[in-house]
Write a protein that binds this ligand. Structure first.
Ligand code: CMC
Length: 428
């Protein structure tokens, strides 16, 4: 007999089916609850709410497991590349040689931005935050490709392969141009012979008079960073992308909304916040112990620690911590911030406050340090997260667009005034 759950309201029993995921996760399907009883569920922050069924990514936070389409993140980090992982996440399987060549060729062909894009960049103040620029530019991009951004679901799906490759390619050019604009540097056009990551670094750091050729270790560290950010199930930004897509919006505004959601310091903005925190600790002469005490008393927050889902080590943090150390060693650089981060981690993992609350390093704890070692400026860190996360947003948009999902529209418990009369202004 299939499993079910009974909810008793006002002495009456109501039976609801249990839906199980392929990894054994269970949920009570309450879709008929309001119609049956007039009640809704209340779950602020959605900690107990499954908003969808998805085939893309599995996370088991208790055990620290992350798999894309069934493949553990550790294996992908070891054997795959960012673009192959992007393909896996979007299309559901690792690409064959032909599929991989076609995907990479599509991405390579799309690196150039329309000349008119320069005007958009010039319309921003020099010191505009790169995340504000990125979100606006992704929306603007759709205007240059109206055939892919029609809000006619079938038409948008017919153009999906082109739109996905175009976005993955151009997000990198937009990111690099944003940096160049901020620095007052001339824009650098992409090269046809470069890999995805090399091309990004070229557009960031080459000068008209001097080509920037990244060391192999630098390019592979950046590729690993992007790979580790490819997708992470129903986080704040991905849920936002799905929410926007559920209203029928095309891919461009949906991922632009993802950028906005990612920006905050509790989400993708944490990678910037971690490095700023480490810099402040360093400048204050603290070895980290005073900061730990401040975090325990609620006066500070240990950025890069804690996670809604992981109640164990985030596997991405483990990989990034080791990769940061490896990169710094191979470049012969010492970063005092890495030493502080390691001390904070050791202290927190032995401290009752963090142990009781199951607070472990998350992906953002070491990711800023690896970006810093690569030479990416701090204000670009969250843009780098967005570049990595784009394939995940695209895959989730596609799941919505190809599914029979209704518009996302949660309910609320209204707690405001009841039935007031309008008071004319002179009587207020
Ligand atoms: N430092 C100190 N205390 C913390 C921290 C932290 N980083 N994170 C959680 N706590 C405490 C929190 O104060 C609460 O304590 P108490 O029970 O005494 O009130 C308890 O741990 C539970 O925390 P919560 O805020 O209810 O947890 P949440 O699931 O709502 O929030 C989080 C998760 C990631 C927003 C939070 O842990 C946090 O703010 N971490 C720092 C920011 C950060 O690193 N964000 C990146 C998240 S991972 C990547 C991503 O999503 O982009």
């Amino acid at each position: 007999m299939s499993e079910s759950a009974i909810i008793t309201i006002g002495g009456e029993n109501h039976q609801y089916p249990v839906i199980s995921g392929t990894e054994g996760e269970k949920s009570v399907d309450i879709r008929k609850l309001r119609a049956d009883t007039g009640y809704i569920t209340f779950d602020e922050g959605y900690g107990n709410t499954g908003s969808c069924q998805s085939d893309i990514t599995f996370v088991n936070g208790e055990q620290g497991i992350l798999r894309h389409r069934g493949i553990p993140i550790e294996e992908l980090a070891d054997k795959s590349s960012f673009l192959s992982t992007a393909y896996l996440v979007i299309y559901g399987h690792l690409p064959t040689k032909e599929e991989s060549d076609a995907f990479r060729a599509r991405i390579a062909q799309n690196a150039q931005l329309h000349e008119d894009f320069r005007h958009h960049f010039h319309g921003f103040p020099r010191d505009a935050h790169p995340m504000a620029v990125l979100g606006s530019m992704l929306n603007a991009l759709g205007c240059y490709h109206p055939e892919m951004a029609s809000n006619n679901r079938q038409q948008d799906l017919d153009n999906f392969d082109d739109a996905a490759a175009l976005l993955i390619s151009k997000v990198r050019s937009i990111a690099a141009m944003t940096y160049r604009m901020k620095e007052g540097l001339p824009f650098v056009w992409p090269r046809k012979d470069n890999s995805y990551v090399e091309n990004f670094l070229h557009m960031m750091f080459s000068e008209p008079y001097a080509l920037y050729e990244p060391a192999t270790e630098v390019a592979s560290a950046l590729d690993l960073f992007l790979l580790l950010h490819t997708d992470h199930e129903q986080n704040c930004s991905t849920s936002t992308v799905r929410m926007v897509a559920s209203g029928g919006a095309n891919l461009f505004p949906s991922v632009a909304a993802g950028v906005s959601a990612l920006w905050g310091p509790l989400h993708g903005g944490a990678n910037t916040a971690v490095v700023k925190m480490l810099q402040n600790i360093h400048l204050s002469g603290d070895d980290g112990s005073k900061f730990i005490e401040a975090a325990k008393s609620g006066k500070a927050r240990l950025m890069g620690f804690g996670h809604r889902v992981y109640k164990n080590y985030d596997p991405r943090a483990k990989i990034l911590g080791a990769a940061t150390e490896k990169l710094l060693n191979s470049l012969g650089h010492a970063d005092p911030l890495l030493e502080i981060a390691k001390r904070l981690e050791t202290a927190a993992l032995q401290d009752t406050y963090f142990i009781e609350r199951k607070l472990y390093p998350n992906v953002d704890f070491y990711s800023g340090l690896i970006l810093k070692a690569i030479g990416i400026p701090v204000e670009m860190f969250t843009v780098m997260f967005a570049m990595g996360r784009l394939p995940g947003w695209i895959a989730n948009w596609r799941e919505i667009a190809t599914g029979t999902i209704r518009i996302h529209r949660p309910r609320q418990i209204y707690t405001g005034p009841v039935n007031q009369n309008y008071i004319p202004i002179k009587e207020r």
